[in-house]
Design a protein around this ligand. Structure first.
Ligand code: PRX
Length: 634
């Protein structure tokens, strides 16, 4: 096993080593894995076009490093513990051996249905063990999975299918979420009306929601498994072959398909999981994310399983059947590491301590957060009432594009500081630049967060459009990966993430491109033009505030706002629904027609003056009119 860091001095030593000789540092970690063929060089890279390759010419299969690597020592160890939505339903535990057999068997189902290495398979499923099995089965045969969060609309799903020209969809009849059931297959049917590449759909029976099964296209999961072997020889993958595509929102246009490759992602998720959470062999680890997001990929499935850990998967929501559910699950399984989003913490904090007090929570050793900045107040509540002052909080900063955690404390090893992601992990070289790209050296500086040297989990390309990868991350500051985040390095050298500096809003830890939401709003026939900005929201971190110019001739304002929300929900999904809509007579624009979002952002933030120079506006009066009517936003 690659060395786990045990002390602060150990961290400092490993960090130095990783910077002075990255090849030796990563070699030592990668050598503990099973490679079918060794790599010829550790890393070959440039950030100009960009091109990044790790463990060049190495051959491997990530699932061999989860299963074959552990079967002689851990075959009876729980790999996945699954807790259903309904606490009265039985939970499921899959040992490493059972998960291995199910993965192999489903890999054979994929093969039987014509999926071959390199094909794209969409996974649009609830949080059930089969979703993880589906990912692993794809990885086993070299098919590229693209998990789409099951809360996205039919339109979003079909966009993703079309972008990656997927051949198969794996889905379920329905999805239990708290007291509700969602008809997942129905959404797939709707999406497939506007796609042409899907040959087969395999449907898991979960909710027994009635579904239409199209003959020759749709097949039941359990029927497909009948008589299929539980043995499968893993496909040989090149280190740089694509492992998966995950779509994420950017500041412009449609979501882009972030591409991660096999070798580097494997090493990076493993190493970061092990060290950030300080996992020990008998621990039960729980990350509450959905597998539709990168956190679910890296820290429910791949990172923990590559470490041979026990990872808990929860199907439901934190408030069902009551807001003590998370804490009940922690006690039920004696969870040792608990990893969630600040939004969930704030939402549960709002219920007070009554839902927490019945639970012991004494198994907890480490608490984690991810996805958005955590405010100091929520940090203290989490620390005091959930961790009982005993558990270090790892505030982990990273992105879909980074594959794994880049800046975070190592639990119990390096210091924590409320609201700070603190220090870079070994191998990570952050750099802060001003808007002209000049490096801001030393401490007590604030600017744009970039990374100047590759790490194994870095994005390789955006699917089907490499230039978009360059434009999105490598064009702003020459020779650097630009994260899109603002950051402060304080007097002690600790990093505090300040939030996005581009046109991306982070709603409950989920990324929304303002342009994407505007495009959806503009689809409503009565909307003439719109502009979307983020504003501080007490639970969600940021809420979506839409300013819209509308034809109001035949609708009440309330009706129109409702219709706009439905439109956005249909086009993107309920998570993109604006929290506030203000109907406005005009938008502040420069003479060249560019919307001055800076002004709208201030208005949405409750600031009604100090707009700076607005003389360049086409119609400066419009700002006054918007402010006068700001209370109508709802
Ligand atoms: O703005 C940062 C914020 O989430 C963005 C990445 O979003 P996504 O790709 O959806 O990945 C979320 C899960 C890794 C970042 O650019 N973010 C993520 N973690 C933190 C954070 N902001 C502050 N603190 C964090 N710990």
């Amino acid at each position: 096993m690659a060395r786990k860091i045990h002390t602060l001095a150990g961290y400092i030593h490993e960090y130095q080593r990783s910077i002075l000789d990255p090849d030796a540092f990563w070699t030592q970690i990668a050598e503990t894995f099973h490679w079918q063929k060794n790599w010829s060089s550790v890393v070959e890279w440039e950030f100009e076009t960009p091109s990044v390759k790790w463990f060049v010419n190495g051959k491997l299969n990530i699932t061999e490093n989860i299963f074959e690597r552990y079967l002689h020592t851990k075959k009876n160890k729980p790999a996945i513990i699954w807790e259903p939505n309904d606490p009265k339903e039985a939970s499921i535990t899959l040992t490493y051996l059972e998960l291995y057999e199910k993965t192999c068997q489903f890999a054979n189902v994929l093969i039987k249905n014509g999926v071959v290495k390199g094909d794209r398979v969409i996974i649009y499923m609830p949080m059930v063990p089969e979703a993880a099995i589906a990912m692993l089965a794809c990885a086993r045969i070299g098919a590229i999975h693209s998990v789409v969060f099951a809360g996205f609309s039919a339109n979003s799903l079909s966009d993703r299918i079309n972008d990656c020209k997927a051949k198969m969809v794996l889905t379920s009849d329905g999805n239990f979420r708290g007291a509700k059931t969602f008809p997942v297959k129905e959404v797939v049917d709707e999406a497939l009306k506007t796609t042409s590449t899907i040959e087969k759909v395999i449907v898991l029976e979960r909710t027994k929601t009635p579904v239409n099964m199209q003959k020759g296209r749709d097949f039941w999961w359990h029927e497909e498994l009948e008589g299929v072997s539980k043995e499968n020889i893993a496909e040989t993958m090149d280190s740089e072959d694509t492992l998966f595509i995950l779509y994420t929102s950017g500041s412009t246009g449609k979501p882009k398909g972030v591409v991660h490759s096999c070798g580097g992602y494997m090493i990076y998720t493993y190493y970061t999981f092990k060290n950030v959470f300080q996992y020990s062999d008998d621990d039960v680890y729980w990350c509450t994310a959905d597998i539709g997001w990168i956190t679910g990929h890296s820290y429910i499935v791949y990172g923990p399983l590559l470490e041979g850990a026990t990872t808990l998967m929860f199907e439901g929501v934190p408030t069902y059947p009551n807001p003590g559910r998370f804490w009940a699950i922690v006690d039920k399984y004696k969870v040792n590491q608990f990893y969630t989003a600040p939004t969930a913490i704030r939402a549960l904090e709002a219920y007070g301590l009554d839902p927490v007090l019945p639970y012991k929570l004494d198994s907890l050793k480490v608490l984690g957060t991810v996805g958005e900045p955590i405010n100091e107040e929520a940090w203290h509540w989490y620390h005091d009432h959930i961790g009982k002052g005993r558990c270090p909080i790892v505030d982990t900063w990273w992105q879909t594009e980074t594959g794994g955690i880049l800046i975070s404390p190592l639990a119990g090893i390096t210091p924590t500081k409320p609201a700070y992601a603190t220090l870079p992990l070994p191998g990570i070289q952050p750099i802060i630049v001003d808007n002209d790209g000049k490096e801001l050296k030393g401490n007590s500086v604030e600017g744009n967060l970039c990374i100047k040297y590759p790490w194994p989990g870095i994005i390789r390309t955006t699917w089907g459009d490499h230039d978009r990868c360059y434009q999105s991350y490598f064009s702003q500051f020459k020779g650097l990966y630009f994260t899109g985040d603002g950051v402060k390095r304080d007097e002690d050298g600790y990093y505090r993430i300040l939030g996005r500096v581009d046109d991306v809003i982070n709603v409950s830890g989920h990324r929304m491109g303002t342009a994407e939401v505007e495009n959806a709003i503009n689809e409503h026939p009565k909307v003439i033009e719109s502009a979307v900005v983020g504003y501080p929201h007490p639970i969600k971190g940021q809420g979506i505030y839409a300013f819209a110019i509308c034809d109001m001739s035949d609708r009440s304002e309330d009706n129109l706002k409702n219709e706009i929300r439905v439109t956005v929900s249909n086009i993107i999904g309920p998570i993109a629904k604006p929290d506030k809509i203000q109907i406005v007579p005009g938008l502040p624009k420069t003479r060249s027609g560019k919307i001055m979002r800076r002004i709208l952002r201030k208005i949405a933030n409750g600031e009604h003056d100090n707009f700076g120079d607005i003389s360049t506006l086409l119609d400066p009066d419009v700002v006054e009119k918007i402010i006068e009517d700001v209370d109508s936003a709802s």
